[in-house]
Write a protein that binds this ligand. Sequence first.
Ligand code: URP
Ligand code: ZN
Ligand code: ZN
Length: 464
Amino acid sequence: MGTTLVTGGLVISASDEVTADVLVDGERVVALLAPGSGLVDSADTVIDASGKYVIPGGVDAHTHMEMPFGGTYASDTFETGTRAAAWGGTTTIIDFAIQSVGHSLREGLDAWHAKADGNCAIDYGFHMIISDVDEQSMKEMDVLVGEGVTSFKMFMAYPGVFYSDDGKILRAMQQGAANGALTMMHAENGIAIDVLVQQALAAGRTDPRYHGDVRHALLEAEATHRAIQLARVAGSPLYVVHVSAQEAVAEIAGARDSGLPVFAETCPQYLFLSTDDLARPDFEGAKYVCSTPLRPKENQAALWRGLRTDDLSVVSTDHCPFCFKGQKEMGRGDFSKIPNGMPGVENRMDLLHQAVVDGHISRRRWVELASTAPARMFGLHPRKGTVAPGADADIVVYDPGAEQVLSAQTHHMNVDYSAYEGRTITGRVDTVLSRGEVILSGGEYTGRPGRGNYLSRSTCDYLG
Ligand code: URP
Ligand code: ZN
Ligand code: ZN
């Protein structure tokens, strides 16, 4: 592979910005050099990054490739989804392997390896969804942590599918507290939501907009509060996924203010979209059905504030695409049958750069939220999430002045709509290196399925 020199760009990390040449040897970064270091003639490959940003490749810690949901499957495979991620400047994903009820964690993990191994364009790791807490799966948790699956998600939502009751959650949290794992929580009160779903349908409220009403913000806040208390009792750290309601942010902020090891993420859809999108006519709102649901616009100020204060530490996508035709349409006449999830793995870095342009966050916070913090949170740092000597050369050259219009006509995700159709973004990915290899340059994709490696992860870097 030889050496690569990325010259003259503004190298941005979570803490610093410096104009430097980045020297890559093989798969790793070996040095940051003063510009004009004289290595231009000796490097095998030179990438001119003048006028551009040089940032660590994005780490998307929440994706669902090929996820079975609502009688269908998320439409991106590991091949198409990781290629789309690369187009959008993301060089690592952490996807969710699923234990189904009556099966072991191992069976779930093996099934996800079978889908992903040999197909990914970029490096990938797995969290494990626990759907069946029993003594056997608790023992398996310990084994998996030893093998680099160091985070486990449970659901307070979706009764009869992925749902765990409070006793099961407490038990798994105890196990995680003992083996060093991070418990991730889908915090919505699914039992109460199901009552509201039945009442809405019985009253003829079947349109997608009612998905947002029945998944009430207070039922997200209540579940978030309960998850925090259960984690306290278990002595466990907690990471709350896809936070959307300002009342839930308040619960997380309160917990963090009292010194608890509670962390949380939000997603671009909650920052840039709202219940106005869920209420689009002609069943278009189905494109915006995900859980937790999109909220009224007023919630966005609290989310941006949380991102600035670090009450929200990570922005992930929860990429779980379903085509409008044939998949979202399964819920015509009954919003509860619309498969839950939205596409976004390709758009996250750009949307967050737009947030820099719009003044919501700084450039360094952009890098931290999209790359460094998820790498640290999920035991991948300093291999991922930084452009520093010794790190994997997962590097994005980003053109901050380029303009693009997001559209399903031009995106690379395997889904027939864009949630951001027609939106103009300032900034665009120019070049992507994955472990030293150029996989995207000047609008040409040169990656391939199977070059992505499986990542065995350490435990969370934020826990003492
Ligand atoms: O709507 C969503 N979020 N679908 C994916 C599954 C989940 O809850 O994360
Ligand atoms: Zn979830
Ligand atoms: Zn998810």
